[in-house]
Design a protein around this ligand. Structure first.
Ligand code: ADP
Ligand code: MG
Length: 618
């Protein structure tokens, strides 16, 4: 018989090096990972059996057997699952395919604590065995009727061997020779304890020296009233490979139009923000407890990829192929039903437990915003779930569109919002002035995506959503008499003002579409507004950053003809036109900065030095 020796892929070597030398981590989890692989293999076999005419060892009971030898210090985990061919052994246990795992690797090698416990979430769980193993032997025989057995073996230090192995049953047997400091795992008591902790819900019997340890059924198939909160939490931890507590769960079942049972969880943390890259979907599709597709991409919209859980639908044909899943009208129907239910559930949460919803929003709101910009089907439900700060909220307090509408003034029929880098910057900026005076509430949107979301939604409850930096803003005239009077402060005469705007347009040239007299300014000399109404300044910033400049149209500069600086400019224009040009350019640049838009810094800095020099001369 021939034994071949193969090198591990470089990433695997690196990962193994960390796993073998990590002292601080919870070692117990290696067993959870191996059992979860065994359970996956059994699920896959159960599924495959329905598709094939003939399978190898068809009589073998679907179960996981674990035995220990405390003399030899070995631990053996056997499953009668799908097994692996020679090629599969080489590919699955010698390389890392999934890109998220590479991020995990970088995090691991940089992190001081070397927390290996997340290993299962990144698709490299098998290698956790090397935390406790001196050597690992994997004996496997695939379910194919004409398959042959192979043995994979390694001590984790750079290479592994592959050799044919005769007399194997279907499935996989993993024999671990325990390290000297891990002999405690050659003990049934310890093994049973770990199984109860991590692997209680595995839907196949796990037997330790013949005795079945896990006796709990699939939680989602039980009725709500019988399930304790702790059971939900435990189940969540199991299916999500997670250690946090879920923030909320939805357990629901329906008989019509489809027989569906679903148990969905919102986790506690958003790992995408922790630098792990894009999350994979976390909901698996079952038919009567038989796995159809793990972490299905089809069953929920992509923007719900943060949700973990199980969807079980009796009406799905068990032997549906991956391709058929994608094209299935039934799957599309399930997706719509579940998504609607899930969003409704979040709405109820917002009503009944506002503090919990706020936490969900802070952590996962970004996904709901992604949905609002990309998913027409659920746009209305999603818009009800949006939350922002506003001019009428306390700092940090979040307001819904419905809250806003309830407080709208008589005569107001639009919803206003403005983007800025912070609450402070918005509240003291020029855009808010006219709203303050009119006592109109304005949403403060502080994320770059927000304006895309609100533009995309367009309206809520029949009220248009309008960005406060639009040029054609038509505000309701809600001022009382006193305020109107105070407005009669001195302004430039109309002919002077008209001539000034014309001159400024000439000076600024292509940089602006037009220069106009503003009726929205109070404290600020000038403001930049968007005549197209298509993009807000915040959206423009994003488009520039992503090189979509061609989409951008020119802006209007509006000037406050009651402002000292503008009035002074009108005089200066006659006295020293060159210097007045400098001032006009500077006023425009300043307004651009307040709109959060880029300007050309070099000429601006030079110009501002010129202005300072002149100020010092006086
Ligand atoms: P993951 O389970 O997330 O895919 P692992 O590192 O745990 O990552 O396992 C890698 C792959 O090895 C699995 O996807 C599976 O194809 C294969 N594998 C591991 N254990 C078994 C087993 N007991 N039976 C069959 N295949 C297995
Ligand atoms: Mg695994």
């Amino acid at each position: 018989m021939t034994t071949e020796t193969r090198e591990f892929q470089a990433e695997v070597k690196k990962l193994l090096d960390i796993v073998i030398h990590s002292l601080y981590t919870e070692k117990d989890i290696f067993l959870r990972e191996l059992i979860s692989n065994a359970a996956d293999a059994l699920e896959k076999f159960r599924h495959q059996q329905l598709l094939e005419d003939e399978v190898f060892d068809s009589q073998a009971a679907l179960e996981i057997n674990i035995s220990v030898d405390d003399k030899e210090h070995t631990l053996t985990i056997t499953d009668s699952g799908i097994g692996m061919t020679r090629d599969e052994l080489e590919h699955n246990l010698g390389t890392i395919a999934h890109s998220g795992s590479k991020t995990f690797l970088t995090e691991l090698s940089e992190g001081a604590k070397k927390d290996v416990s997340l290993i299962g979430q990144f698709g490299v769980g098998f290698y956790a065995a090397f935390m406790v193993a001196k050597s690992v032997r994997v004996l496997s025989r695939s379910y194919h009727p004409d398959s042959e057995g192979y043995e994979w073996a390694s001590d984790g230090t750079g290479s592994y061997t592959l050799a044919p192995s005769s007399g194997l049953h279907r499935g996989t047997k993993i024999i671990i020779e325990l390290k000297d400091d891990a002999h405690e795992y050659a003990d049934d008591g310890a093994i049973k304890r770990i199984i109860k902790q991590y692997s209680n819900f595995v839907p196949f019997p796990i037997k330790v020296t013949g005795e079945e340890v896990n006796t709990v059924q699939a939680v989602w198939t039980r009725s709500k009233g019988d399930i304790k909160d702790e059971e939900y939490t435990e189940f969540y931890k199991f299916i999500a490979n997670a250690f946090d507590e879920p923030m909320s769960h939805l357990h629901f079942s329906a008989d019509a139009p489809l027989a569906i049972k679903a148990l969905l969880f919102v986790p506690e943390t958003n790992i995408e923000t922790m630098g792990f890259g894009r999350m994979e979907p976390g909901v698996s599709l079952y038919c009567q407890k038989v796995l159809i597709e793990q972490h299905s991409k089809e069953i929920l919209p992509e923007w719900l990829r943060f949700v973990k859980g199980v969807i079980d639908c009796e009406d799905l044909p068990l032997n549906i192929s991956r391709q058929a899943l994608q094209d299935s009208a039934l799957v599309a129907k399930i997706k719509k039903i579940i998504t609607t239910r899930f969003l409704k559930n979040l709405g109820d949460l917002a009503k009944n437990e506002p503090e919990t919803y706020e936490k969900v929003w802070k952590e996962f709101g970004i996904f709901l915003k992604e949905g609002a910009t990309s998913d027409f089907t659920h746009r209305d439900e999603l818009s009800k779930l949006l939350r922002f700060e506003s001019s009428a909220s306390e700092p940090g307090q979040l307001i819904s569109l419905a809250d806003y509408i309830e407080r709208m003034k008589e005569g107001q029929d639009e919803i206003y919002y403005i983007n800025g880098p912070s609450r402070e910057a918005i509240a003291t900026g020029p855009y808010i002035e006219t709203f303050k005076r009119r006592n109109l509430e304005v949403f403060y949107t502080m994320e770059p995506i927000d304006d895309f979301v609100l533009t995309h939604i367009g309206e809520f409850d029949g009220k248009k959503l309008v960005s406060a930096d639009r040029a054609d803003l038509k505000l309701p005239d809600l001022r009382d008499k006193e305020e109107k009077d105070s407005e009669d402060t001195k302004h430039l005469d109309k002919p002077v003002a008209d001539s000034l705007t014309k001159w400024m347009k000439e000076v600024l040239g292509e940089k602006v579409k037009d220069v106009l007299i503003s009726n929205r300014l109070e404290e600020s000399p000038a403001i930049v507004v968007n005549p197209s109404g298509m993009f807000t300044s915040s959206m423009e910033r994003v488009m520039r950053a992503t090189s979509q400049d061609h989409m951008i149209t020119g802006k209007n500069l509006e000037i406050n003809t009651g402002h000292q600086l503008i009035m002074g400019l009108a005089d200066m224009r006659l006295e020293d036109e060159d210097f007045a040009k400098n001032l006009a350019e500077q006023i425009f640049d300043n307004a651009m900065i307040q709109a959060g838009l880029m300007i050309e810094p070099r000429s601006m800095v030079e110009r501002s030095y010129e202005i300072m020099k002149r100020a010092l001369k006086k």
